[in-house]
Each structure stands twice: as C-alpha cells, then as structure tokens.
Design a protein around this ligand. Structure first.
Ligand code: C5P
Length: 298
C-alpha cells in the first residue's frame, strides 16, 4: 500500500446555491443543456477518510444516506480505486448537514471531496483539470465542487469557468422539509421553455471577455416554473422569503431549498427571524464563500 500521503484526512464538503439557471435546450442524450451560476456557501458536511486494507466503507450519522454503491462517495472512491489501483481501500465517515434532495449539491460535493482526498492520501499530485474530468464521470454538478467559489457552468453543468462576483452576499436558506426529484422537475419543464432564453448580466460580462474578473448576476431560475407546479407550497415559501430579503429569493437548482439573497449578515439574520415559524423546517444563514475548497479541518 502506498504511504506517500496522510493515512487519515478530514475535509469540509460545502453546499452550493444556483444564483442563475437557464435551460438552453434538450440534448440528444436526454439531458438538458444549461447555463448556470453556482455559488459555494458556508454550509458543509464533514468527511473523514481513513486508509483500510481494501474495499469501501461508508459511515454516516444520517440513516437516510445510502452506504452502498448508490452513494456518490462510493462511486467516487470506486472510480479512484479502478483508475489508480494498488493503494488499498478507504473508510469514509460523513457528518451530514446539507439537506438531502434540496438542490444544494450535497452528494456531488461529497463525491468531489472524495476524489480530492484520495488523490492527496495516495500522493497522486492530480491537477484541478484532472480532478474535474474524474468528477464529470460521477455527475453533472460534481466538477464545480473541485474548485468551488463561484463559477459559470455550461453543458450538463460540468463545464466550469470560475468567476468572481462584485459583492459577497449572505443567504437565508429555507429547506421546506421534503425532497424534490430532479428528474421529475426536468420532465415537467417542456411547457416552461421559451425561444427567448435569459442571459444573466454576469454571463454577458463573461462573454465580453472578462471571465475570471468580476461580474454581477440577475437572479433567475428556469426550473422554478416546473418545480412550483409540482409543489405549489414552494412558490408561497419563495414569496415569504423574498419579502424579507432585499435582493429577492429563489429556488436552488431543481429545489427544494429556497434561498433569500441579502447584502449583509445583519440583514440575513433579521430575515431569518422574520421567516422562522412561517415557512420551512430548517432555516439558516450562510455566506457565499470564495474558495479555495475543501479546507482541512484537521
Ligand atoms: O445529474 P442528476 O443525475 O442529478 O440528474 C437527475 C435527472 O435530471 C437526470 O436523469 C435527467 O433526467 C435530469 N437532468 C437533465 N439535465 C441536466 C441535469 C439533470 O435533464 N442538465
């Protein structure tokens, strides 16, 4: 077994919100072509990786998390073991804080962190682009979580261009207590697609050659229509949160999490007080992080 890296590693695995999401069309492979701005937020799971002689073991404090090959952490570990054999196995202990099925990318983030952790523990010296390519084999959202921060993403979401927002925002996350099926939302999308696609101001500045520079964004999510039709309560939650936050509120990804956008921490904390008890089962204040991702916690 190679011992070139640490035998035990603990990393944070952050959630994201989508500040902008437009569907550009349907692809021949059945997926949808997206233009989306993903923003890493301070909410995170904590993953501890330990070398074991062989195999994959997953331990999690949330019994709803699968501990078999259906878990994206398992998929990521199995991919690494296939691609870079001879390093033994891994035990992954997950402290779960990111709600499941909430559109905050928890599973994809955990998978990305697993790729990074094993790369370090096995002393592979993998570059960001190599990790992003591996992550794209796991899922559409996973490559974003290799670099984190804020990024404009295309394709299924796997083509990632890092960007920097002019301002750092604070967010009030509202998880309504139920998961939304991404597949169902996309299946319900057809009537909400228009020929005039929206372009974020941010996208405009990126297209004009300032990619990697600073941008602004216009909050928009094409998936709100189909998600609100499937779960009308989400629209009511969005409106309540929007009334409490100066920069509005929207659905993250395909939901079910709604988030309010605030200019300051103070405003976000007041907004949380205003919406607590009116909506959601979990509300929390988080900030948009700028990366680098997967900070060590030990
Ligand atoms: O990427 P993930 O497996 O979470 O996607 C779940 C489902 O959502 C896919 O099977 C597909 O039906 C739909 N989807 C899509 N276009 C995307 C992402 C997801 O149609 N860009």
């Amino acid at each position: 077994m190679s011992e070139s890296g640490p035998s035990r590693l603990t990393l944070q695995s952050h959630a994201k919100v989508n500040l902008f999401l437009e569907v550009l069309g349907k692809r021949p492979d059945g997926y949808h072509e997206l233009e989306t701005v993903m923003q890493e937020v301070s909410l995170h799971d904590t993953l501890t990786f330990e070398r074991i002689p062989g195999g994959i073991e997953i331990i999690c404090d949330n019994p709803d998390i699968p501990r078999d090959e259906s878990n994206l952490v398992w998929k990521a570990a199995a991919l690494m073991m296939r691609r870079y054999p001879g390093h033994g196995g891994v035990r992954v202990t997950i402290v779960k804080r990111i709600p499941l099925g909430g559109g905050m990318g928890g599973g994809s983030s955990n998978a990305a962190v697993t790729l990074k952790a094993l790369g370090r523990m096995w002393g592979l010296g993998l570059k960001k682009a190599e990790l992003e390519n591996l992550a794209a084999e796991i899922g559409s959202d996973a490559p974003f979580f290799i670099g984190g921060g804020c990024a404009l993403c295309h394709g299924r979401g796997e083509k990632v261009t890092p960007i920097r927002l002019k301002k750092r925002y604070w967010y009030v996350l509202v998880f309504p207590g139920f998961a939304v099926s991404t597949k169902e939302v996309y299946a319900n999308l057809q009537t909400y697609l228009t020929t005039t696609v929206r372009r974020g101001t941010l996208t405009y500045s990126v297209n004009c050659g300032t990619a990697g520079g600073e941008g602004e964004f216009v909050p928009f999510n094409r998936l709100e229509g189909p998600a609100f039709q499937l779960h009308p309560v989400l629209r009511r939650v969005r409106n309540t949160v929007a009334a409490a936050c100066s920069d509005g509120a929207m659905l993250s990804g395909s939901g079910s999490t709604l988030f309010g956008i605030c200019e300051t921490r103070k405003e976000a904390e007041q907004a949380k007080i205003d919406v607590d008890g009116k909506v959601g089962v979990i509300t929390m204040v988080v900030y948009g992080s700028s990366g680098p991702r997967s900070r060590n916690t030990t």
